[in-house]
Design a protein around this ligand. Structure first.
Ligand code: CP
Length: 295
C-alpha cells in the first residue's frame, strides 16, 4: 500500500496557511519554547555540496527538539564507488529514518529520491533550483522588521540567474505582499516578468530591504565579467551607496566581503545577516516538526 508522504523540495510545496503555521512555531521557538517533539525521531543529513549554515542549523534544529541526527559522510559514502543517488536513498530509507535532508549540486535532486523513500525529503539546496528553508528564514527575518510585507519593496541584488536563494525568494515573498525588484548586470538576470534594473543606487532609493547574493562562480560555465572587482564596483553595498537610508540588509551567506557587501555595511545595525543565521535554526526546527509530526 502506497503511503502518501509530503516533502519540501520547493516553497510551493507549502500553502500560505502552512507557511503561517510554520512561522508561528518558529517565532515561538525563538521566544524560548522548545518542546521535545522530535524525541525518538532520527534524521539523516546528506550534504553532497559544502555548507556551513544550512547543515549546522538543520542538525541543531533536530537536536533542539530532542531528535537524533545521523550525518552521511558523503566523502566516505558508496556514491564514490558508483552507487546512484536513488540507490543511496533506497538504502538510507531501509534504515527507517524519520526524514532525510539533502543538499546536492543537481537541480531537482530531491525529486529523484522521493519514489525510493517512505519518509519526508527536505531540500537543503539543489543546484540553482531551490532552497526553500532559506526563503522561509528570510521571510521570518523580514517579518521581524516589517510585521507585514504588504507593499514593501525588496530588491534582490546580484547573480540572480544562478541563485537558488533568489528563485525561492521570488516564489515565496510576493505571496506575502512583497514587491520585488531584481538588480543585476544583464548577464546575471533571469528571464522574468518582474521589474529589473542594473542601477543599484536607484534600487537603494526605492526599496525597504535589500537581499544581496553571492556571485555563484562555481555555476558559471564562462566568465561573464572582467573580474569580481569589476562586479563590486557596480553592485557592492557600501556605506557611500546606502548613506543613512532606512533599510534592512540581508544576505544568505557565504558573503564575499567587499564584493557583495562591504565590511562596514556588514557591521552596520541595518545588516541582518547574523539574525538570518539565528532564525535559520528556529525556522528549521519548525519545518522538521511540521514534516515529521504533521503529515
Ligand atoms: N545560506 C546557505 O545556504 O549557506 P550554506 O551554503 O553555508 O549552507
Amino acid at each position: 500500500m502506497e503511503v502518501f508522504m509530503r516533502h519540501l523540495i520547493h516553497v510551493n510545496d507549502l500553502s500560505d496557511n502552512e507557511v503561517g503555521q510554520i512561522l508561528k512555531n518558529a517565532f515561538a521557538y525563538k521566544r524560548g519554547e522548545t518542546p521535545k517533539t522530535l524525541k525518538d525521531k532520527k534524521v539523516i543529513t546528506t550534504f553532497f555540496e559544502n555548507s556551513t549554515r544550512t547543515l549546522s542549523s538543520f542538525e541543531m534544529a533536530v537536536k533542539n527538539l530532542g531528535g537524533e541526527v545521523i550525518r552521511l559522510d558523503v566523502s566516505r559514502s558508496s556514491t564514490s564507488k558508483g552507487e546512484t543517488l536513488r540507490d543511496t536513498a533506497a538504502n538510507l530509507n531501509a534504515m527507517r529514518p524519520d526524514a532525510i535532508v539533502i543538499r546536492h549540486s543537481t537541480a531537482g535532486a530531491g525529486y529523484f529520491l522521493i519514489p525510493k523513500v517512505s519518509c519526508p525529503i527536505i531540500n537543503g539546496g539543489d543546484g540553482a533550483h531551490s532552497h526553500p528553508t532559506q526563503a522561509l528564514l528570510d521571510l521570518m527575518t523580514l517579518l521581524e522588521s516589517f510585521q507585514s510585507l504588504e507593499g514593501k519593496r525588496i530588491a534582490i541584488v546580484g547573480d540572480i540567474k544562478n541563485s537558488r536563494v533568489a528563485n525561492s525568494n521570488i516564489a515565496l515573498l510576493p505571496r506575502f505582499g512583497a514587491e520585488l525588484l531584481l538588480v543585476a548586470p544583464p548577464h546575471f538576470l533571469p528571464q522574468t516578468s518582474l521589474p529589473t534594473t542594473s542601477n543599484l543606487q536607484d534600487a537603494i532609493e526605492q526599496c525597504d530591504a535589500i537581499i544581496s547574493l553571492r556571485t555563484q562562480t562555481e555555476r558559471h560555465d564562462l566568465q561573464t565579467y572582467g573580474s569580481l572587482q569589476d562586479y563590486a564596483d557596480d553592485f557592492c553595498l557600501t556605506m557611500e551607496r546606502i548613506g543613512d537610508k532606512k533599510l534592512v540588509i540581508m544576505h544568505p551567506g557565504p558573503v564575499h566581503r567587499n564584493i557583495d557587501i562591504s565590511d562596514f555595511v556588514l557591521d552596520d545595525p541595518r545588516s541582518k545577516v547574523l539574525e538570518q543565521v539565528q532564525n535559520g535554526v528556529f525556522m528549521r526546527m519548525a519545518v522538521m516538526d511540521f514534516f515529521i509530526n504533521h503529515q
